[in-house]
Design a protein around this ligand. Structure first.
Ligand code: SF4
Length: 484
């Protein structure tokens, strides 16, 4: 039995409930609700023109889906009109060109180390459209020979021709939404995806030579029980993906009205949900996956697990990545960019995105210039969430964080953190309990949690960055998640 499995035994429902407060997932710090629309295209242009040699990570958002899955709270456009994709691509090419012109990347040799298409359903595009989009990026940016080139694929709609096309273009990692394989649950979430369909796609991806396969699973869905989700896990482990993300279902019908079609009475709650969650972690650990933290598991041979063990893991709007040190450029509607000292998010509505691109500006709707204090605190939160370790002695000596450090005392007592060393060499290491509840270890360092904008805290949709919740007064509200 590994240490993690042994320590998992100490995870009681009472302990989890004690720490089950709403909190950010820290895909950024300060978190997205703290960004402001006083940071717009001009400010982001200025930020982009600052000298930098950091390698690049490029994210492209492709927002179209033919049908809305009821659990999903992503920023998507539901349509069966395929011509919409062609129109979108036209704007996207202008968006890419504007970025590339501003950064003058051709002359600064900033290579692309990571490239990702997310959505929506990226394979809403035809093979010809996918090839033109990829070639357009390639024509404006220099890709590293070993770049990670990834895409989210939906096994229900992705054709063999598309998979071959993607592989020929150089895509080497695929992420499959699976959620749960049980028919009753699939009917309730309006996403019918038989196991055979998922398995056929996994096999074909392997045959074509995709080097990495990720699955997204969700706990807390309608009709899930410990036994039913255990059966799902058995099949998932058999299919042996390299990485598994295990998300808590965000039931937010007041913000995502399509979720009103889900019968709340069918959702697992309380002890049942706790058992589903704990059993899932145990099953994945027993199967040999490492628990990186905050929903993510990886095989020990996977780059993510290796980066975690080597202390080179990074966290951004795509979750955990292996590309520390990259600056992230986001293309398309609602996409987010992260520079060393700035965040920027594009317009969330297609109509606004199109109008902004047409005006010749960067389609930035809001963002933030980070203060020195923000950058320092982001570094601390990064240590906790990515390195699973905080050099607490050094931080105390640095000064200014005594209150936050002192508030970690109960987390040490409860076994979330392991304290080692004394004085300046003191470190706090996150145990598996701490990695499950890692947002609780980070929250004491977040100075924005008491801000008025963050007072409305509820469950968080899967991708915080893609949803821009707005309160009754039209102002943004912070929507943070719970572990359970
Ligand atoms: S889960 Fe995927 S396919 Fe379903 S609506 Fe959301 S983005 Fe579209």
């Amino acid at each position: 039995m590994t240490n993690d499995l042994l320590q998992l035994e100490n995870l009681s429902e009472a302990l989890l409930q004690r720490y089950n407060t709403s909190g950010p997932r820290y895909t950024s710090y300060p978190t997205a609700p703290m960004w402001t629309d006083t940071f717009g295209p001009k400010q982001f242009e200025a930020a982009l023109s600052l000298p930098s040699t950091a390698p690049l990570s490029l994210y492209t958002h492709l927002p179209f889906c033919e049908h809305r899955c009821l659990f999903c709270a992503c920023n998507v456009t539901i349509t069966s009109q395929k011509e919409q994709a062609e129109k979108y691509l036209g704007y996207l090419f202008d968006d890419i060109d504007r970025f590339a012109d501003l950064m003058d990347v051709a002359h600064t040799n900033r290579v692309v180390k990571q490239y990702h298409w997310g959505g929506g359903t990226p394979t809403f595009l035809t093979c010809d459209q996918m090839e033109r989009l990829f070639r357009h990026h390639q024509s404006r940016f220099t890709f590293a020979p070993n770049a990670e080139i990834a895409i989210e694929v939906d096994p229900r709609v992705t054709t063999d021709e598309q998979l071959v096309c993607l592989r020929n273009l150089g895509f080497n990692r695929v992420s499959l939404g699976v959620q749960d394989i049980q028919p009753e649950t699939q009917v309730a979430i309006e996403r019918i995806q038989p196991l055979e369909q998922t398995e056929a796609m996994v096999n074909r991806c392997r045959e074509l030579g995709f080097g990495g396969i990720n699955f997204d699973l969700i706990y807390g869905l309608p009709h899930q029980t410990m036994a039913s989700f255990d059966a799902t896990l058995t099949e998932m482990i058999r299919l042996s993906p390299d990485r598994i993300a295990l998300y808590n279902f965000a039931y937010v019908p007041w913000m995502a009205p399509h979720q009103q079609k889900i019968d709340e009475a069918t959702l697992p709650v309380g002890s049942e949900k706790f058992t589903i969650f704990k059993n899932a972690i145990r099953r994945l650990l027993e199967a040999g996956y490492l628990y990186i933290g905050m929903d993510h598991f990886a095989k020990p041979t996977d780059e993510l697990a290796i980066a975690w063990q080597q202390g080179t893991l990074h966290r951004n709007f795509m979750g955990y990545t292996t590309h520390a040190g990259c600056e992230l450029l986001g293309f398309g509607v609602s996409a987010i960019s992260t520079l060393t000292g700035h965040y920027a998010q594009n317009h969330r509505k297609l109509v606004d995105y199109y109008a902004s691109v047409e005006s010749g500006e960067l389609p930035v709707h809001r963002g933030l210039a980070l203060s020195e204090d923000d950058i320092t605190r982001r570094g601390i939160i990064h240590q906790l969430l990515c390195d699973s370790r905080l050099k607490s002695g050094e931080l105390r000596q640095q000064g200014g964080y005594d209150e936050a450090l002192d508030s970690l005392g109960p987390l040490v007592a409860d076994g979330l953190l392991l304290k080692e060393g004394e004085g300046v060499v003191e470190t706090l290491t996150l145990t598996i309990l701490g990695r499950i509840l890692s947002r609780n270890t980070a929250m004491p360092f977040d100075t924005y949690l008491d801000s008025p904008i963050a007072t409305t805290v509820e469950h968080l949709p899967k991708h915080e960055q893609r949803l821009r919740p707005v309160g009754a007064d039209g102002k943004p509200v912070a929507v943070y998640s719970k572990t359970l």
